[in-house]
Design a protein around this ligand. Structure first.
Ligand SMILES: Cc1cc2nc3c(=O)[nH]c(=O)nc-3n(C[C@H](O)[C@H](O)[C@H](O)COP(=O)(O)OP(=O)(O)OC[C@H]3O[C@@H](n4cnc5c(N)ncnc54)[C@H](O)[C@@H]3O)c2cc1C
Length: 383
């Protein structure tokens, strides 16, 4: 197995690293203080990201995207993950699932999302349906040339600045009485759609979540993404890769926390010695470095498997589980090493620690990942 990166890949890493350092990190303080970013700054970052070819580099080249494979995208995600999510998101990409667009949806949604003219968000979660997505109550009913949508979604990231939503609804029941799901592209300025304020969140300042209400909202029949009642299949095809995005940002943040702790250990003196000389500190560093390395390996193997077409649900779940739990442990230990200063906002550790908490919850909780992994182990044995 060859683990060496190509010259192009090293260049990709270098240019993204410098973009993150020069264009994003300088705004972290403002974001933390105000929980917001001025519109002009948002536009400026987006423009620079487009000029660099970073924006939509996941999307196909024929629609104006960068056409990068999953491995190279993961290298980029690991660089963007060093900074605040709200900043990285501006520079980043439309949902992969838009590549499922066909017919007129390509011109109306896929292309403008790729060029940055229109912004997307994705809505699955509801107040009463989180892990159990099949239990969703939002429904779409077909009548003639329209679908009529009713229901409420919550925790929807960035809906307030989006033009349309990739929306999952129930569209019927199977023979066992369970919900069948379908996916739609819905413009957020349509009559019957209300994007409301969401909740204040301890993780990822400036990264807004919203509640979206649908009240007899009518959309054209053609706005269905994929086939009717095949929403679960669509989720499985496109959304597993997003578990790797969360994993990549977790690896990046853990590395940043580790670097701070390492530097602190080498410079902070107590009892006449640098604290890194105490085994109680140095063994922590050894464990943290080992965990980051393991997480990186599992992440990059999974990304490579996407490109080979061999990624399984078990692979994606293991990567998500390990990387997100790892960043929780590493950021906690980094704070321990830095002592009281670790909790002060003068250094970004307390933020990385706060931000790490959400990673074990969204994109499928740790318990759901363990469920996926254990089912894939036991099912072949008939258990
Ligand atoms: C800031 C933020 C932004 C988000 N953005 C989006 C978005 O853009 N779009 C979107 O659709 N969603 C989004 N989400 C939703 C996110 O994916 C869900 O929060 C997540 O899937 C968990 O659902 P829940 O919060 O309803 O928890 P629940 O499903 O209610 O889970 C509560 C607890 O029960 C456990 N549990 C549930 N079922 C089982 C089981 N079978 N076995 C063992 N334990 C179980 C869970 O692991 C968890 O510990 C966002 C969430 C947050 C917090």
């Amino acid at each position: 197995m060859d683990f060496k990166l190509s010259e192009e890949q090293n260049l990709l890493i270098k240019s993204t690293k410098s973009f993150v350092k020069n264009e994003l990190m300088q705004h972290e303080g403002l974001l933390e203080k105000t929980d917001n970013l001025p519109k002009e700054l948002y536009q400026e970052i987006k423009k620079k990201s487009q000029e660099l070819g970073l924006y939509a580099c996941n999307m196909p080249t024929e629609y104006g995207g960068g056409g990068l494979n999953a491995f190279d995208l993961t290298l980029i995600e690991k660089e963007l993950g060093h900074t605040s999510l709200a900043l990285a998101e501006i520079a980043w990409r439309p949902q992969n699932i838009l590549m499922a667009c066909t017919g007129k949806l390509i011109d109306e949604y896929l292309k403008p999302a790729t060029t940055g003219e229109r912004k997307d968000c994705i809505a699955m979660t509801e107040p009463e349906a989180g892990s159990d997505l099949r239990g969703m109550k939002t429904n779409a009913v077909q009548s003639g040339d329209d679908w009529t949508i009713n229901g409420t979604k919550h925790f929807i990231s960035n809906a307030h600045i989006s033009d349309f939503v990739v929306l999952f609804t129930s569209t019927g029941k199977d023979e066992k009485g369970r919900n069948l799901l379908s996916c739609f592209l819905v413009d957020l300025d349509l009559p019957g759609v209300e994007v409301a304020k969401g909740y204040d969140c301890v993780s990822h300042r400036g990264y807004v979540n919203n509640i979206i209400h649908f009240n007899d909202c009518k959309i054209p029949a053609a706005n269905i993404l994929g086939e009717k009642d095949k929403g679960f299949e669509l989720m499985n095809t496109w959304l597993e890769a997003t578990r790797l995005t969360v994993s990549a940002t977790s690896v990046a943040r853990a590395q940043r926390a580790f670097d701070i702790a390492l530097d602190w250990s080498a410079n902070r003196k107590q009892f006449g010695k640098v604290i890194g000389k105490f085994q109680g500190v140095s063994f922590k560093l050894a464990d943290m470095a080992t965990e980051i390395k393991l997480a990186n390996l599992i992440l990059m193997e999974s990304a490579w498997k996407i490109d080979q077409g061999t990624l399984t649900s078990q692979d994606a779940a293991m990567a998500k589980l390990f990387c997100t739990e790892m960043v929780g442990r590493v950021s906690d230990e980094a704070i321990q090493i830095c002592g009281g200063m670790g909790l002060m906002s003068d250094i970004p550790l307390e933020r990385i620690w706060r931000d790490a908490r959400i990673e074990r919850i969204w994109e499928g909780t740790s318990e759901i990942q363990r469920h996926i992994i254990s089912r894939s182990l036991l099912r072949p044995l008939g258990a």
